[in-house]
Design a protein around this ligand. Structure first.
Ligand code: SF4
Length: 217
């Protein structure tokens, strides 16, 4: 039996509407699968989700080939190549479209746990990232003409595929100075973010530390 967390990529549109895209990392398909599919699946044993349908867990009778958090001390280098980014995705990621007002994106970044927001088109395909650093640069240099996210974001960011090993994200963070890496499915749609904190927690788990289920931000 495998307990799978429901992860959600939530898209904020310029109208103020929000759309959630909850997925689980399906061990049978080996990739992210819309949460709704579990509801009618013969392998589903139990579903425990919040009213919004975007958070919770699914008990699935298919054993996962890789554990998101290794139990006990393991060979970190071997596990970092074997475990995929889809297995360690953060559970809740807010994305914005390029026409969202910059002040609203700033509010989300200031009050939320994310240090950067993936910027997506109407189909949830990645078109850029808006980080706190982008906001600071905007405040300094382009105060008078930045009104929407597109004016301040870093465009043309490439996401890592969900089946890329954890080692890829750790290398990017270590050598490219990234703090968060967007993870996308086969059609380029954003599934979520892996942050440097997620990666460090994963390494700590692989080194044998007991990582709390709901760690502090
Ligand atoms: S319940 Fe079915 S669809 Fe859901 S994760 Fe398990 S095998 Fe995949």
């Amino acid at each position: 039996m495998t307990r799978l967390p429901v992860r959600s990529a939530r898209v904020l549109f310029a109208t103020g509407d929000e759309q959630s895209h909850p997925t689980v990392q399906c061990p049978r398909r080996g990739r992210a699968t819309p949460f709704e599919r579990c509801c009618g699946c013969p392998h589903m044993k139990k579903i425990d989700v919040a009213e919004d349908g975007a958070h919770g867990s699914v008990d699935c009778d298919v054993e996962a080939a890789t554990a998101a958090l290794p139990r006990g001390r393991v060979d970190v280098a071997e596990a970092a190549v074997r475990v995929r980014l889809g297995d360690i995705l953060g559970t809740d990621t807010t994305c914005v479209t390029p026409d969202v007002a910059l002040r609203e994106a700033r509010r989300r970044l200031t009050n939320g746990r994310q240090r950067a927001l993936p910027v997506v088109d109407d189909s949830r395909r990645l078109v850029g990232m808006l980080s706190k650093t982008d906001l600071l640069r905007t405040t300094d240099q382009r105060r008078h003409r930045t009104k929407v996210v597109a004016d301040a974001m870093t465009p043309l960011v490439h996401g890592l595929p969900e089946d890329a090993p954890v080692a890829y994200a750790i290398s990017l963070m270590a050598f490219e100075g990234l703090h968060e890496v967007p993870v996308v499915d086969a059609s380029g749609k954003v599934l979520g973010l892996v942050t440097s904190t997620d990666a460090l927690r994963w390494v700590a788990g692989a080194l044998g530390y007991v990582v709390p289920t709901n760690p502090a931000p």
